[in-house]
Design a protein around this ligand. Sequence first.
Ligand SMILES: [Zn+2]
Length: 284
Amino acid sequence: MFSVPVMTYLEMAGDVPRADYKLKHQRVSNGFVLFSTEAELARLEALVEAHNSGKPLPFLDPRGENSVWEAREHLVNLKRSGGDGWYSAQCPSCAAKGKDNKQNNLQVALVGFSCVAGCTPKEVAQATQDMMEDVPEEIELLPGQTVLPISEGIEGARLLLQTEKKERYTRIDNKEGDIYLTVFRKNRETGEVKEQVHRVNKRYARIMWVWLQRFEKGHVITSKEIREYIAPFFGVSTDAWAGHAHRSEYFEGHYYPLLWLAHHRAIEYNHDGSVVRIADEVTP
Ligand SMILES: [Zn+2]
């Protein structure tokens, strides 16, 4: 818990153009402003930092919320920058203008965000929103693609992978807002079919799709590249990812989202775990 005399607080925060720094929004007791929750402490720290460095405070979005921080998992190239809760990432607003190739213009933390290239809070917040809405729930079939009604069990399922001996089909069912992925494995010699049903985590599916859209259509994205992208979300080293100890996260964050995208023909999923983005613009 920190307590700052009200006069000192006003000296530092008096000119700050953010509603959440107004005195009436602080907890005040016996002439002191109190900071104890994580958000309060982060706010105080940012204020002291801005006061000492002379740099402006980070932004909030026009609603007075930190929607960019909320959406941080969707940001491209999110990395820790310094040990004090700040991250750098590609600025969605810069990216929409074809800028920020180094993918580090955005600084974001619990207390706010800012773009070093000078995007306004409104631009950054809007571009972040647009980026997230870019992810469709459902992707239309592309012309000429076959849906294969094989047997009763895999009726309506789609052929995803085929080898000499095996075929893999997927079917998607939407029930009560959840997406279920059924995977059918068919032995081509015996005709035997095994099926498994999995729930697709929509958030991870969106994160994956947003990331894959960075790549040109037709470009092969290797399984190593996918691992390097996904593993940090789960605090796992790239080498350990997909290993036995992280099997459940691997399936939820990596494999099922890719199968879901492959089912919708947004990507092609190869035997070696690499993928190719094949949908250009997908229409929900
Ligand atoms: Zn920017």
